[in-house]
Structures are given as C-alpha cells and as structure tokens.
Design a binder for this molecule. Structure first.
Ligand SMILES: [Fe+2]
Ligand SMILES: [Fe+2]
Length: 130
C-alpha cells in the first residue's frame, strides 16, 4: 500500500535526522543555533509524520482491519510528545545549560523510545500491508 510505504520511508528520514541531532549534541562545543534549527526541522517533520500515521490507523480501523498494536502506538505518541515538551521548554528558556540537561535526560529517553517506536510501527505495518 502506497501510504504504508511512504510512512516507512519517512522512518528512515526521521532516523537520519535524529542521528544527526545526536552527533550535534555530542560535540565538545555545541553550536546551539545549529542545534535549534535541526530540532525545529525534526519537530516539523515528525509532527506531520505522526498526524499521517494516526489518520492511517483510523483509515484501517474504518476498514475493519484488526489492530492489536494500535493503542500501543497511540500511547507511545503521547509519551514521545511528553518528552518533546520538556526539550521544547528548555529550548524556549534560551538557556544552553538547560538545553544540554534536557538532552541528557528527556532527549536520551526520547531517542531511545523513538527508535523502538519506529521498529514497532515498521513491524506492525508489515503485518497489515501483506
Ligand atoms: Fe509513530
Ligand atoms: Fe512513525
């Protein structure tokens, strides 16, 4: 299915963006202007991606397809948004120390959860697409 393929392609792009952000944060001297730009780009893409995903889930639901992991996916979206909210608050504070701290805590959790989340979704979409 075309929509499923598009979602899977977007997962590759999200992984590439997040790995790039990870590298930017790990530098000895973090360029916070560049970091903020990369985070804004990631957030914009990720937000649209999840919207598309959720509408795809609703579409499958309306077709009466079985959805064993639908609730887990939606719940993980909520959890990820929670971590992102902390990161966003640190960015809005304009304080580089707060940004670094948020990255070491919620940022690390966000990245770990996002990677597992993408794996769950890819496995899930594989089963419903066949
Ligand atoms: Fe998702
Ligand atoms: Fe996704």
């Amino acid at each position: 299915m075309k929509e499923v393929l598009a979602i899977q392609k977007e997962h590759y792009f999200l992984c590439a963006l997040i790995l790039d952000i990870k590298r930017t944060v790990k530098r000895r001297k973090v360029d916070y202007i560049v970091l903020k730009e990369k985070l804004a780009r990631f957030y914009d893409f990720w937000k649209k991606h999840e919207k598309r995903e959720e509408s795809l889930l609703r579409k499958f639901n309306s077709l009466g397809k079985p959805f064993p992991t639908e609730m887990a996916i939606l719940d993980e979206h909520r959890q990820l948004r929670g971590h992102w909210h902390i990161i966003q608050e640190s960015i809005d504070s304009g304080d580089n120390f707060s940004i670094k701290l948020a990255f070491d805590t919620d940022g690390a959790m966000f990245i770990e959860k996002l990677m597992k989340h993408i794996e769950l979704e890819n496995n899930f979409f594989k089963t419903i697409d066949s």
